[in-house]
Design a protein around this ligand. Structure first.
Ligand SMILES: [Fe+2]
Ligand SMILES: [Fe+2]
Length: 190
């Protein structure tokens, strides 16, 4: 399936709000790819597909994981919506016929990040947070600017603010988010 076909399908499936977010992530990922000299088409395809499993219901996400030996962490069992990343990577491959490993990996880690992310992983993780439709996060202007100055610093800021937000809300924290933060904070703390 090419990007046009995938776009059409997702427009039907995601609903207007999530589709607009998706398009925002796609073009933000393209902009970051221009800035950091990554393949623009790959960045756009990853952005387009990153939330492709967002509307799959929780029971179905768990079923897909079990059937395909996709590991479910404790946090994901508690909050199955987190699984839309792993299930998204699975659907990108099986349903949308995208087999590029970097694209699939960027989709898989887009909710928590992970230590040692590659350039596309970082582009998608950051684009998801800063795309133009977002307006809730604190110091978004600062993070948006930093994304085009120092990608790793922007990543650190996003992880920091995400952890603060989850702490405030008493929300379930996927331990992987904290592990990612601890990995990227090394260069910036103290
Ligand atoms: Fe997502
Ligand atoms: Fe997203």
């Amino acid at each position: 399936m090419d990007r046009k076909d995938i776009d059409k399908k997702l427009k039907e499936e995601l609903g207007q709000k999530r589709y607009l977010h998706t398009v925002g992530v796609m073009y933000t990922a393209a902009s970051l790819a221009m800035r950091y000299r990554y393949d623009i088409d790959k960045a756009m395809l990853a952005g387009l597909l990153h939330d492709c499993a967002k509307k799959v219901d929780d029971a179905e996400k768990i079923r897909i994981c079990k059937k395909n030996n996709i590991e479910i962490s404790e946090a994901e069992m508690q909050t199955p919506s987190l699984l839309h990343a792993k299930v998204g990577a699975y659907l990108a491959l099986k349903k949308y016929e995208v087999s590029d490993e970097e694209i699939l990996h960027a989709i898989e880690v887009h909710t928590t990040g992970e230590p040692g992310m590659n350039l596309l992983d970082k582009i998608i993780f950051i684009a998801d947070y800063i795309e133009p439709g977002r307006n809730m996060a604190p110091r978004l202007d600062e993070v948006r600017e930093m994304a085009f100055v120092d990608l790793d610093k922007a990543l650190y800021m996003i992880l920091h603010d995400t952890l603060e937000y989850l702490k405030d809300k008493n929300a379930v924290l996927d331990p992987k988010t904290k592990i990612t933060f601890d990995y990227y904070r090394r260069d910036y703390d103290n």
